[in-house]
Ligand binder design. Structure first.
Ligand code: BG6
Length: 525
């Protein structure tokens, strides 16, 4: 990296420019895939739902436009709704038009990939018909017998659908020489340790671990993938990346969105299941894990699991010293009045579901002993911001103590995940002038600076990796279990203890969370 001070500009803003090329990055990069992809059929269970129209079809369409789909390739939508192929195409066209401008010249070719079959998730004969129909499509379109089953259905149907697929011969036994079969599962993977184990048991009756792709869309974000690159492709960070130099770390995912139309799910989940059990745990693992032996899925997962297993169990007796739970009240977001969580459609008027949580966790190993990690997430906060802030220790002795009235701020390395996709290092310099004064400056690297290639949206990356059979950016079951083992006792206290109503602090929408947490903005800015 080449840090350059730009002449005539504010000395506080110093930017990085790539050193190895004058060419815009990404130009001329045609192929998004590492090699030729196997032909296959992508089967969406839950094709009439929200996930299909908001995420899956737009991502597949974008991959299609970028010539990143296998050839031949088909998409077979399945759900309980009775619909023809044409009806499904019309619906998906509307969905794409909603998501952005649709190119009329490319649509007919994409539409030809779309097919539809009606199924009932617990009805074996309808899955048998699906299996026969897939065989016919294989014959007609030469899709090679390979299948990906995406479960875009409510989690309560996962086990039923996996059993129906398995009984129709579309799981492990399918792989006997006919092609491969993969199953894609969306979070939540259970609602506690016990249910996660039950779900896994059912999935494994019909699919092997290497056939199961458990999605966490955070892992597919460019800036999240960059965490390991930043840590392990540079030698300057590693010597400092431990308890000797790091004072504390905060990992924050703040949102302005409320519960939207998802009250049915969110009332059961709350922020701890919705954001902590998955996204925040992954950010924590990427920040703290040891270097894997190589970047293959299993060595990386092994290192993450070691972190999860080293999480210090929560002290039940001092619970409130380690946790802040909150729920949003009325307030203003982007200048508009918004209702309280309890006034949202589908939410109980006396709901105790937390929409905000901050927990302080420790990792009991040599590298991180004694370093607090503050994990925070909340809905209806002042702004959308996801960031990891590594705060280094204060200098041990200040030679400036006589000239400065105040202390010297510790250095910080801020990994901005979204919307500020940048890395910032804060440090002290001398303010130009006759007198000695310090100036705190930021050195910024903007992630997409000078990049002109196609920006892969998280779902595009996920689906692409699944088509390639690359499991690096997915959850492995032992990681899920280790995280549930850590979070389940916390959830139990939040949901069952006698004073759960007193534990919940209300905050105004558009604020930075409960009053008790005045220091949140300070942690993320
Ligand atoms: C999802 C949660 O997994 O992540 C949502 O279910 C949340 O409640 C979303 O809004 C946040 O994702 P992002 O990418 O917008 O930070």
């Amino acid at each position: 990296m080449n840090f350059q001070e730009e002449k005539g500009k504010d000395p506080v803003a110093i930017s990085t420019v790539p050193t190895n090329t004058d060419e815009p990055l990404g130009k001329g990069q045609d192929s998004l895939t590492a090699g030729v992809l196997d032909p296959c059929i992508f089967i969406i269970l839950g094709a009439s739902g929200d996930l299909t129209s908001r995420k899956l079809i737009p991502a597949l369409y974008s991959l299609f436009l970028n010539k990143a789909l296998p050839h031949p390739f088909l998409i077979v939508g399945c759900s309980r709704t009775v619909m023809s192929d044409e009806g499904f195409r019309e619906r998906m066209k509307e969905a794409l038009e909603k998501a952005g401008p649709l190119d009329p010249s490319t649509w007919p070719a994409f539409a030809r990939l779309l097919h539809y079959r009606t199924i009932l998730y617990d009805d074996f004969p309808s899955f048998k018909r699906l299996a026969d129909s897939l065989k016919e499509l294989d014959k007609k379109y030469k899709t090679g017998g390979n299948r990906i089953f995406e479960l875009a259905i409510p989690p309560s149907l996962y086990e039923t659908a996996a059993r129906s697929l398995g009984r129709a011969g579309l799981g492990i036994e399918y792989e006997n020489g006919r092609g491969w079969a993969r199953i894609v599962v969306e979070k939540p993977f259970g609602r506690d340790l016990e249910t996660a184990l039950a779900l896994d048991k059912r999935l494994h009756e019909y699919f092997q671990e290497n056939q199961i792709f458990r999605i966490d869309h955070y892992l597919a974000k460019e800036t999240v993938q960059n965490i390991l690159v930043c840590r392990f492709a540079n030698s300057i960070f590693e010597p400092l990346w431990n308890r000797n130099y790091i004072d504390q770390v905060s990992i924050t995912a703040a949102e302005t969105l409320g519960v939207e139309h998802r009250a049915g799910y969110y009332e059961q989940a709350g922020v701890l299941r919705d954001m902590f059990q998955n996204h925040l745990m992954q950010l924590l693992a990427l920040t703290t894990m040891e270097s894997p032996t190589c970047l293959d899925a299993d060595p990386v997962q092994d290192e993450k699991v070691k972190v999860f297993r080293s999480l210090r169990p929560f002290p039940a007796e001092d619970f409130m010293d380690y946790t802040v739970l909150g729920q949003y009240g009325r307030g203003r977001i982007d200048g508009k009045e918004v209702p309280a969580y309890r006034e949202e459609p589908g939410v109980s008027p006396d709901s105790l579901t937390p929409t905000f949580a901050m927990i302080k966790v420790f990792i009991d190993n040599w590298r991180w002993q004694g370093v607090p990690f503050y994990l925070t997430s909340g809905k209806r906060l002042a702004r959308k911001q996801t960031a990891i802030v590594i705060q280094f220790k204060e200098i041990p002795h200040s030679v400036f103590r006589e000239t400065l009235e105040e202390g010297i701020s510790p250095n910080r390395l801020i990994l901005g995940i979204y919307p500020e996709e940048k890395i910032t290092l804060t440090f002290q310099t001398k303010r130009p002038g006759a007198h000695l004064a310090l100036l705190s400056v930021n050195m910024n690297f903007f992630y997409y600076q000078n990049y002109q290639g196609h920006l892969l949206e998280a779902y595009e990356k996920i689906l692409l990796d699944c088509l390639q059979g690359d499991r690096l950016l997915f959850w492995r079951q032992d990681g899920i279990e280790a995280c549930w083992a850590f979070l389940t006792p916390i959830l139990w206290i939040c949901e069952h203890c006698d004073n759960r109503a007193e534990m919940l602090r209300f905050y105004a929408s558009g604020s930075w969370g409960p009053e008790a947490l005045k220091k949140l903005p300070e942690l993320i800015d």
